[in-house]
Ligand binder design. Structure first.
Ligand SMILES: [Zn+2]
Length: 235
């Protein structure tokens, strides 16, 4: 039985270095002897993952079948309104959202986020198309919200080009975007309801986020403080 000279942990006879502190094992009695073979496998095994192509085929078949069967059901049986457009729109959205992950992983992030935004906008438009009496909400609320959220999402890859994306820098970005979104949302709702442009609840969100932003900027600017926060929160 041998022990690590540095940390004192008990060592297996086959070990060449301490598993805890990585100090090389030195046993004078074993100088000219071979180390016994390690009882642990040296190669990492991996469970075979599902091929993305197969997953893509399955997803395409399910989405196409759902769209076609719902369209037929709509046209042949329940044909009072074009409700199947909502289902088809949802299938298109799902396809667009999963496209970069399943079909073509080299899609630039800007393009895939833009495509996600456009597909959601088209989906909302289809819903508003089916309810023409209240379609105003799409142009005054639905579309602007989708555009703002798409811009918020596009800011992250843009930010990553200039600064390293850490938990702190991402948090700062999120806490700038949240109040911007809330203020825009409240103003859009006021416009839809023909009320005067005044912010109320979003002003509270704005105040809280500004305080958090100041704290985050201070932490990011001071290296010592930043390292201390990283050490304490373990990231
Ligand atoms: Zn050790």
């Amino acid at each position: 039985m041998s022990y690590c000279v540095n940390c004192g942990v008990e060592l297996e006879a086959s070990l060449r270095k301490c598993p805890l502190c990585h100090t090389p094992v030195f046993n004078p009695r074993q100088l000219n002897k071979e180390f016994p073979p390690s009882p642990y496998p040296t190669n990492k095994g991996q469970v075979e993952v599902v091929k993305r192509k197969d997953l893509g085929i399955l997803l395409s078949v399910v989405l196409t079948a759902t769209s076609v069967t719902c369209l037929l059901l709509n046209l042949l049986v329940f044909n009072a309104s074009l409700w199947s457009l909502v289902v088809i729109g949802f299938c298109i959205c799902l396809f667009v959202f999963t496209f970069p992950a399943i079909f073509y992983s080299k899609t630039p992030i800007y393009i895939s986020l833009l495509a996600d935004g456009i597909s959601v906008a088209v989906y909302l438009f289809l819903i508003s198309f089916l309810t023409p009496s209240t379609a105003r909400w799409f142009w005054q609320l639905g579309l602007p919200i989708v555009i703002i959220l798409t811009i918020c999402a596009e800011i992250f890859p843009l930010l990553a080009r200039f600064v390293p994306l850490t938990i702190l820098s991402c948090s700062l970005c999120i806490f700038v975007e949240i109040p911007a979104f809330c203020v825009s949302l409240e103003l859009l709702i006021k416009r839809l309801l023909d009320r005067p442009y005044r912010i109320t609840w979003s002003a509270v969100v704005l105040t809280v986020c500004v305080i958090i932003d100041f704290a985050l900027v201070t932490i990011l600017a001071k290296k010592r403080l930043r390292n201390e926060v990283r050490r304490r929160l373990h990231f």
